[in-house]
Ligand binder design. Structure first.
Ligand code: ADP
Ligand code: FDM
Ligand code: MG
Length: 209
């Protein structure tokens, strides 16, 4: 039995990640067992701490919360590996790149930010939904959460685009213009996802380096 593919969807707030994850999962499910996961997973004890931080009901040191976001991925990592080995394709709404990009945008060192994620399951494809912070803001006013501010989003986008060129992730990234219609974006994500599915069919799962 072939293993499942690990397909990561990344992008700014309101880029359309959740909309497109649902569409991708629905479409994949017609031909292969598929699961959706989301980070942060706010349902676990660690996720509860992250949730309180994001809603500003608690304050945490930037480094401490960065490690919580990573720990929130680690606590799901054995389950993700087991799912992939069992032939289930896993679509993930945000993953390590959100972790690095948001913390770097707050001024943390890039190498320090990446270190706790080294060893996690590596995506077969990471699809970045690219949108300008202006276009994202037009999709509805910013909400209440901590990072939903234009200047922060601008920095995060820059960081995402720099991460795309990191040679440790060479070949993983696909960038999709998220400013198009929902249907056009869905089609381009579908094409990009095929790359990850093909990789999973022919190659072993790797770990983040
Ligand atoms: P994210 O999960 O990245 O924050 P969502 O999928 O929740 O983004 O979408 C944010 C908002 O933008 C929602 O109101 C959604 O209906 C809308 N939206 C999503 N994709 C598009 C698109 N391609 N064009 C216009 N509006 C969109
Ligand atoms: N975020 C998300 C981080 O700062 N680090 C991470 O590792 C992850 C996965 O948390 F502002 C940020 C990104 C975003 C917030 O928002 C989560 P959603 O709406 O739950 O995706
Ligand atoms: Mg979302």
């Amino acid at each position: 039995m072939p293993r499942g593919a690990l397909i990561v969807i990344e992008g700014l707030d309101r880029a359309g990640k959740s909309t497109q994850c649902d569409r991708l999962v629905t479409r994949l499910k017609t031909s292969t067992p598929t699961l959706l996961r989301k980070f942060p997973d706010r349902t676990t004890p660690i996720g509860t701490m992250i949730d309180a931080y994001l809603r500003s009901t608690s304050d945490l040191d930037d480094h401490a919360v960065h490690l919580l976001f990573s720990a929130n991925r680690w606590e799901a990592s054995s389950a993700i590996k087991a799912e992939l080995e069992a032939g289930v394709t896993v679509v993930v709404d945000r993953y390590i790149y959100s972790g690095i990009a948001f913390s770097r945008a707050k001024g943390l060192d890039g190498a320090w930010c990446r270190a706790p994620d080294v060893g996690l399951p590596r995506p077969d494809v990471a699809i970045f939904l690219d949108i300008s912070e202006e276009a994202a803001a037009e999709r509805g006013g910013y909400g209440e959460e901590r990072y939903e501010k234009k200047e922060m989003q601008r920095k995060v986008r820059q960081d995402f685009l720099e991460l795309r060129d990191d040679e440790r992730d060479a070949g993983d990234w696909a960038v999709v213009d998220a400013g198009q219609s929902v249907e056009e974006v869905e089609e381009n994500i579908w094409k990009a996802a095929q790359k990850g599915i093909e990789r999973a069919r022919t190659k072993d799962l790797r770990t983040v380096v």
